[in-house]
Design a protein around this ligand. Structure first.
Ligand code: MG
Length: 223
């Protein structure tokens, strides 16, 4: 698909799925959480490994959470200290899609507890969030993550989008994101728009149907 076809897909999309970290927000949530817990450098190294695809996603996720060991309280404190920083213009892109009757979803390998405040800020219903779930024990200490969430595994975003298409019949469905896991979600996504407004990843730029570096470009296509 070329750029014009991707723009047409965006204009006619029945659903648009956005990645969150480094797309709708300017940070990587797990890195913010790790820095808050004082293990930023160790977790950043594991994140780089996970993005390089050398370690299965679920293994990298477990390794990082084992280092961070977030508690119910520390997660709340982290969010209070570092509220999500929305990428300039992304709230308007999402509002414009909603005004056109397009269903907008957030599909993230990050954590639901950190994504829900983002959804609230950009006007997306929390039941249109697909993300990982950190589980705590009765005392509020870290237990594990929910392995039933599709985004907890390699290929998880593609699985999540396949399920969305099956449930809702969305056609076309457009995926927007900065990462390799976002690119790998097309197919089932009918079009993939690479977002390089926060970080440019060459593999994503090369593979995208359309690559943008600002929310303004998306807004222009939606006029
Ligand atoms: Mg991302």
């Amino acid at each position: 698909m070329d750029r014009n076809a991707a723009q047409q897909a965006l204009r006619t999309a029945q659903a648009v799925c956005f990645d969150v970290d480094s797309t709708v927000i300017q940070d990587e949530g797990i890195d913010v959480l790790a820095a808050f817990a004082g293990v930023g450098a160790q977790v950043a190294a594991l994140t780089a490994n996970a993005m390089g695809g050398s370690v299965p996603f679920e293994v990298a996720l477990a390794q990082r959470l084992a280092l961070i060991k977030p508690t119910r309280q520390s997660l709340a404190d982290c969010l209070a200290a570092h509220p999500p920083r929305i990428t300039p213009g992304m709230d308007r892109v999402i509002a414009r899609l909603h005004a056109r009757g397009t269903a907008v979803w957030l599909v993230s390998g990050g954590f639901r507890a950190m994504i829900e405040p983002v959804a609230d800020r950009v006007g997306i219903s929390r039941d249109r969030v697909i993300a990982n779930v950190i589980r705590f024990d009765a005392a509020g200490n870290f237990a594990d993550f929910d392995p039933a969430q599709p985004t907890s595994r390699s290929g998880g975003k593609a699985a999540a989008l396949t399920a969305l298409k099956k449930q809702h019949g969305y056609n076309p469905l457009v995926m927007v994101g900065d990462g390799a896991t976002d690119l790998e979600a097309r197919p089932p996504a009918d079009a993939f728009i690479g977002f390089g407004g926060i970080v440019v990843r060459e593999k994503v730029k090369a593979g995208a149907d359309w690559f943008v570096t600002s929310a303004e470009e998306l807004l222009d296509a939606l006029h």
